[in-house]
Design a protein around this ligand. Structure first.
Ligand SMILES: NC(=O)c1ccc[n+]([C@@H]2O[C@H](COP(=O)([O-])OP(=O)(O)OC[C@H]3O[C@@H](n4cnc5c(N)ncnc54)[C@H](O)[C@@H]3O)[C@@H](O)[C@H]2O)c1
Length: 438
């Protein structure tokens, strides 16, 4: 049984051969929403960063000083100069003291964990792994992945984890679009396959994070990350279900949530919406459920939350249908404007976005769907490109607020469109006959 209370540590000089960041080379594999901000954080702290990605367009963009992630403005890359360079060649990682894996951990078509990108990157890394290096996995995954899946691939090079090279898991906690917590101010969890590996990881992150929390094992760190995301999934499911009940009861769910949130203790606010999106919340519960099933355990709570959240886009389509019915219009042939198609406000990421399910279902029902999203210029899978807002508001039969991006004047939206349905609660201060809310 692996157990120990997590140790919160303010970074200080470690004993023995500590990392010295300024002279260090760090490799980051996978330069996406997680890897690129991390690469920038290490480069800003003064170390040499080699970023590796299989996507040649990303490598070219970064080497040309252009960012493709909203949270990393291109202007932030210029001052880094040669301290951040991108490559697609694994041998370029051989000189790095630490290599951090930030590759995707998606699901297969049959909703099983897809460790293909992780195994491919680990196999390539094993070819260049050398004694003394630290390898850290940051990708979200089920408990046991670091030790049971990653370690054997890396050890195929003939070196032993925990002694010849170091291996740890440290989950990424980034929340794209958030500015109140940064890489530095968000505590970092680390759990290594040996004490030496844990200490190495603590030293590494201690140089870019104010607080490092040491766990007893990679498994505990892997499960901690899943708990954080599943906690959100379960609570979002609770308020989504409440929204459906409030619809039947004729009670305003937003009023109820705001009232409950005035309690200064024992309640944490979550808001209902059109469903869950993004790379994490809709995906991670399947990772834990997969591991649990291997142990003859069926995590019903987690799966129920996923089921409720996945059904929310269908409920939203039903609400659109009813709203149109209220003005004597069938969904078939109506022009429906979707406002916001990314999975959350302020970002252009459409992975698992509930808006895509809503659009697909409306198209199936014969609606003429258009959308407006300044962060997402096109949706090739649906044959759509973002349309101008003013004309679209005037010409639609109904406008549905699916994703609330910042700086949108919802008063003007309600004034311009014949009928508005708000799935995000951003029109709570507005009273109008042509407005309905979740
Ligand atoms: N996006 C988030 O908000 C977030 C937050 C916390 C944790 N995570 C987790 O972090 C991991 C990465 O997520 P992301 O959002 O950064 O994904 P992403 O798709 O934005 O980036 C992953 C990058 O890895 C590259 N890649 C794929 N296979 C590769 C390979 N074999 N070798 C090298 N590069 C490869 C891709 O080209 C891509 O640029 C996932 O496990 C995710 O669950 C994501």
């Amino acid at each position: 049984m692996l157990s120990a209370a997590p140790r919160m540590q303010r970074p200080g000089p470690g004993s023995g051969d500590t990392f010295r960041l300024r002279s260090m080379q760090i490799g980051i594999i996978g330069l996406g929403y997680v890897g690129l901000p991390l690469a920038v954080a290490f480069a800003e702290a003064g170390c040499e960063v080699v970023g590796l990605d299989v996507d040649a367009a990303k490598v070219e963009a970064l080497n040309g000083g252009r960012s493709y992630i909203e949270d990393v403005p291109s202007e932030a890359l210029a001052p880094l100069g040669e301290r951040l360079r991108a490559t697609s060649d694994y041998p370029d990682l051989a000189a790095c003291e630490a290599v951090i894996l930030c590759v995707p951990t998606p699901l297969t078509d049959s909703r099983q964990p897809d460790l293909g990108p992780l195994e491919a990157s680990a196999t390539a890394l094993a070819q260049v792994l050398r004694s003394g290096q630290l390898v850290v996995l940051e990708s979200t995954t089920y408990p046991g992945t670091t030790r049971d899946r990653l370690l054997p691939i890396l050890e195929s090079c003939g070196l032993t984890a925990g002694s010849d090279f170091h291996l740890a898991f440290s989950p990424e906690r980034i929340d794209p679009g958030r500015t109140d917590f940064t890489v530095r101010t968000t505590p970092k969890l680390v759990g290594g396959v040996s004490e030496a590996s844990t200490e190495r990881a603590r030293q590494l992150y201690g140089q870019i994070c104010d607080t490092v929390v040491v766990l007893s094992s990679p498994e505990a760190a892997e499960l901690s990350k899943l708990l954080e995301n599943i906690f959100r999934s379960v609570n979002i499911a609770l308020v989504n279900e409440l929204a459906q009940l409030c619809d039947r009861l004729g009670i305003d769910v937003w009023e109820v949530i705001e009232a409950a949130a005035t309690k200064p203790f024992g309640f944490m606010r979550f808001d209902p919406g059109p469903g869950m999106g993004g790379h994490c919340l809709p995906v991670d519960p399947f990772y834990l459920a997969f591991r649990a099933r291997q142990l003859d355990f069926y995590p019903e709570f987690i799966e129920l939350a996923g089921k409720i959240n996945q059904a929310q886009p269908s409920f939203c389509v039903e609400r659109i249908e009813r709203a149109l019915n209220g003005v004597r219009k069938p969904i078939n042939g109506s022009r429906v404007l979707i406002l916001g198609v990314s999975y959350k406000g302020g970002v252009g990421d459409t992975r698992e976005s509930p808006a895509l399910k809503i659009i697909g279902r409306l198209q199936d029902l014969g609606a003429e769907v258009v959308y407006h999203d300044v962060f997402v210029p096109e949706l090739p899978g649906h044959g759509l490109t973002s349309v101008g807002l003013d004309e679209a508001l005037r010409s639609c039969d109904l406008a549905a607020i699916v994703t609330a991006h910042p700086d949108v004047d919802y008063q003007a939206v309600v004034a311009a469109a014949p009928l508005v349905i708000d799935f995000r609660g951003v029109t709570r201060e507005i009273e109008a006959d042509n407005l309905v809310r979740l």
